[in-house]
Design a protein around this ligand. Structure first.
Ligand code: KIV
Ligand code: ZN
Length: 510
């Protein structure tokens, strides 16, 4: 079985920093609970100094997580470290993760500090953090572009100061596997006290090498890997958790290691994240993409039917993907529905079941066949965790090649019911303009996408909108067999998120 690899998930911190991935506190809590179910060892919950909202969410995540370590990120100043502790102090197992850049390019142009100053600050930060918790991690930002001798000196000094985990990030996704391996070997050779700590890898995907680099790092002595669900993260993203974990599992012959990840929760984790953030997973993405287990070519299909192993190196079930099976029709009862959700890994409360059942019967009336994917879409639709200050009551659109596209919408806002109309470049634009007019908001639509959940012309369409209201960017999503209705609901969902977020997101004064 080999040695254990600790999985440090940074979906809620580095992942959440990726454009459009922001989540509110409730959404972060839901994601954190799913990560705990998935079995990650460390959840990096956020960067508490970034904003009041960020601090609150780190606190709330710390309170609900019972088994995993909860880490808060911090730069080296004492005030940052104090703030990180404020966030993680409620955790059963708190960690402070402090970092400073060690590459000359960062030191000179970003920090305007000398190498000596940065080393001193790194040591002082570790010492200060140790006053709060023995679990302190240090990261040498941009380690892979740093001078190797200087990096060795910093690593040795922070270990001497008491850091428990030392992370060697490839911050800009620049290194290649052989080079990263050599860097880690050099650290092992030159840093006398390295065996006192867990060495960690944190790879970005700018050259598409984040997973390859992380696996190489494991082969060169790293025992903690930092990664994110669906590989979300700054720019091209971070190393993808599901790919690293499944590579270790499937290629145990080459990688004699193990993790504590419950791989059957991988697909659910991926889906939850994309439904919370609106960041869709590319169809060809390994492990969790729509096509990852689809066999299109006849020769492949024939092979898989004869013996799955011909073209399948792992089963869809091993990563928790439902077989795309026909589940039921409009005569199926609540009991059957609850049971099918249980089989898909979801325990529904009675209230949830009632809500979901209403949607299910409405869908079954419209669609001949209801698939597992449809049930998952209904569930994520139902669990959009936001207070509904505005509700879509009624809509109608008119469009055509000789007509000015027009929408009429009635919204319920508390006790008030308001009906109005507006025109637009198309029916969806007209809908959004009408909603803006009724609510007196000026949302700027940054992104719009629609994706079918299953095949067929009666498939559910999932609509995602990214809208900026007063400088705050939010994601709205909704699904329906009618994509115009889904679009209106997605926009209203974004508006409700904006109303819910606007107070929590105020930045902290410097
Ligand atoms: O990419 C990076 O270097 C980071 C550190 C803060 C760990 O995210
Ligand atoms: Zn990073």
């Amino acid at each position: 079985m080999g040695e254990r690899i600790y999985i440090f998930d940074t979906t809620l911190r580095d992942g959440e920093q990726s454009p459009g991935a922001s989540m509110n506190i409730d959404e972060k809590i839901r994601m954190a609970l799913q990560l705990e179910k998935l079995g990650v060892d460390i959840i990096e919950a956020g960067f508490p100094v970034a904003s009041e909202g960020e601090l609150e969410s780190v606190k709330e995540v710390s309170k609900v997580i019972t088994r995993a370590t909860v880490a808060g990120l911090s730069r080296t100043p004492k005030a940052d470290l104090d703030r990180a502790w404020q966030g993680v102090q409620y955790a059963a197992k708190p960690r402070i993760h402090t970092f400073i850049a060690t590459s000359d390019i960062h030191l000179e142009y970003k920090l305007k500090k000398t190498r000596d100053q940065a080393l001193k600050e790194a040591v002082e930060a570790v010492q200060h953090a140790l006053g709060y918790t023995p679990d302190v991690e240090f990261s040498a930002e941009d380690a892979t572009r740093s001078d190797w001798d200087y990096l060795c000196a910093v690593v040795e000094a922070v270990i001497e100061a008491g850091a428990q985990v030392v992370n060697i990030p490839d911050t800009v996704g620049y290194t290649i596997p052989a080079e990263y391996g050599r860097l880690l070997d050099t650290l092992r050779k030159k840093v006398a006290n390295l065996d006192r700590v867990i060495l960690s890898a944190h790879c970005h995907d700018d050259l598409g090498l984040a997973v390859a680099n992380s696996l190489t790092a494991i082969q060169h002595g790293v025992r903690q890997v930092e990664c994110t669900i669906n590989g979300i993260g700054e720019r091209a993203g971070n190393a993808s958790l599901e790919e690293i974990v499944m590579a270790i599992k499937v290629r145990e012959d080459q990688l004699p290691f193990y993790t504590h990840i419950n791989t059957e929760e991988l697909y659910r984790s991926s889906r939850l994240l994309s439904s919370l953030t609106g960041l869709q997973v590319p169809a060809n993405k390994a492990i969790v993409g729509k096509n990852a287990f689809a066999h299109e070519a006849g020769i492949h299909q024939h092979g898989v039917i004869a013996k799955a192993l011909t073209y399948e190196i792992m089963t869809p079930e091993s990563v928790g993907r439902p077989a795309s099976s026909l589940v039921m029709g409009k005569h199926s009862g609540r009991h059957g529905l609850r049971k099918r959700y249980q089989e898909l890994g979801y325990q529904l409360s009675d209230d949830q079941l009632n809500e979901v059942y209403t949607r299910f019967t409405a869908l079954a009336d419209k669609k001949k066949e209801v698939f597992d994917e449809d049930l998952l879409a209904i569930l994520s639709e139902e669990s959009r965790s936001v207070e509904e200050a505005v509700k879509l009551d009624y809509f109608q659109t008119v469009s055509g090649d000789h007509t000015v596209p027009t929408a009429t919408v009635r919204l319920q806002m508390g006790d008030r019911s308001v009906l109005d109309s507006a025109t637009g470049d198309g029916p969806i634009d007209a809908l959004f303009n009408t909603i803006s007019r009724i609510t007196d908001t000026q949302g700027k639509l940054l992104d719009y996408s629609v994706q079918s959940v299953t095949q067929g012309k009666d498939a559910i369409g999932e609509v995602f909108v990214k809208v900026n209201f007063d400088g705050l960017t939010v994601i709205g999503r909704a699904s329906s067999t009618d994509i115009i209705e889904a679009s209106a609901k997605a926009y209203v969902n974004a508006l409700n998120k904006y109303y819910a977020h606007r107070d929590a997101q105020k930045p902290i004064p410097a």
